[in-house]
Design a protein around this ligand. Structure first.
Ligand SMILES: NC(=O)c1ccc[n+]([C@@H]2O[C@H](COP(=O)([O-])OP(=O)(O)OC[C@H]3O[C@@H](n4cnc5c(N)ncnc54)[C@H](OP(=O)(O)O)[C@@H]3O)[C@@H](O)[C@H]2O)c1
Length: 275
């Protein structure tokens, strides 16, 4: 996916922006889009292999990005960013466990929270130290519309995104009491065809076998989720990347940004009717 924005960032608004999980998908597309707008982008990846691949892509795209391996669960990797003076942190790295909360190994749920929630806040705390010193900056959390409405058999992932959004909202209002120019924003993507959803829904079939109480309806579950993602996933990430760029560049970013609009609107309606 290639997002071209016509407006370049002018000198005054050029920002230093670090993105986690930028080896693939929405994170990678956002890194490219922000770099094309003239920002100083640090695109970090979970693995060395992703870093190497990303460096190759950057070369052929002829853009300038700083790339290195940064596994958000790895304490040694955390040291790599301690001295960075960032204007914007984009907490994009995420994973998704699936399967019923009636049966799933709770350690899988715990790990999902570790990556999506605890590590994202841990890294934000690290980055905030410098932001508190200079009294400005923006922390962005890539949450999900699944942090507003729950999908069956995706409970572990949805729970983690509810928690992430709730924590981000709390952090924003707390910081605003002491620093009016440090902002926290939540991005809520709907379905995007990055391969993320397919990877997540497949995870439960590794352990949801004949012993599962849901085994008799497993074909129904598969058919429904296939239908749902085929219907809802956007092929291009451009709409959500546009929102991430907006939040990163805004002087006073909003609390929430969602896309695609029709999914955000649908979720709003469902919630109005008590879902
Ligand atoms: N696609 C959607 O429909 C959708 C909808 C709502 C929200 N989101 C959110 O958007 C974000 C990006 O998702 P995506 O769709 O672009 O999927 P993606 O391509 O799988 O992006 C997630 C990235 O995070 C990386 N990651 C996982 N664990 C990490 C760790 N410990 N440290 C550093 N990086 C790690 C992944 O690396 P590996 O590939 O090695 O795992 C991957 O590069 C996620 O937070 C996701 O929850 C996506």
């Amino acid at each position: 996916m290639c997002v071209h924005f016509t407006l370049g960032a002018n000198k005054q608004m050029k920002k230093t922006i670090l993105i986690t999980g930028a080896g693939t998908g929405i994170g990678k597309d956002s890194a490219f889009a922000l770099a094309r707008r003239g920002h100083n982008v640090i695109a970090t990846t979970e693995t060395e292999e992703q870093s190497l691949n990303l460096k190759e892509e950057i070369k052929s795209a002829n853009i300038d990005l700083n790339v290195f391996k940064f596994d958000i669960t790895n304490k040694k990797d955390h040291q790599k960013i301690e001295n960075y003076n960032l204007d914007v942190l984009i907490n994009n790295a995420g994973i998704g466990e699936s399967g019923s909360l009636a049966e799933i190994d709770i350690n899988k749920v715990r790990h999902n929270f570790e990556v999506n929630v605890f590590c994202s806040f841990e890294i934000s705390q690290l980055v905030l130290k410098k932001m508190f010193d200079k009294k400005e900056g923006t922390i962005i959390f890539i949450s999900s519309l699944a942090g507003k409405i729950t999908m069956p058999f995706l409970g572990p992932y949805c729970m983690s995104k509810f928690a992430l959004s709730s924590g981000a909202e709390a952090m924003r209002s707390e910081i605003h009491r002491v620093h009016k120019n440090i902002h926290v924003s939540i991005i809520e993507p709907g379905g995007y065809h990055t391969g993320f959803n397919q990877k997540n829904i497949a995870k439960k079939y590794v352990w949801m076998d004949e012993k599962s109480v849901f085994y008799p309806i497993i074909d129904q579950i598969k058919a429904k989720e296939d239908r749902q993602f085929k219907l809802t996933e956007s092929k291009s990430t451009a709409s959500i990347v546009g929102k991430i760029v907006k939040a990163a560049e805004a002087k006073k970013p909003k609390l929430r940004y969602s896309a695609p609009w029709w999914q955000a609107f649908g979720i709003q309606l469902l919630r109005m009717f008590g879902k």
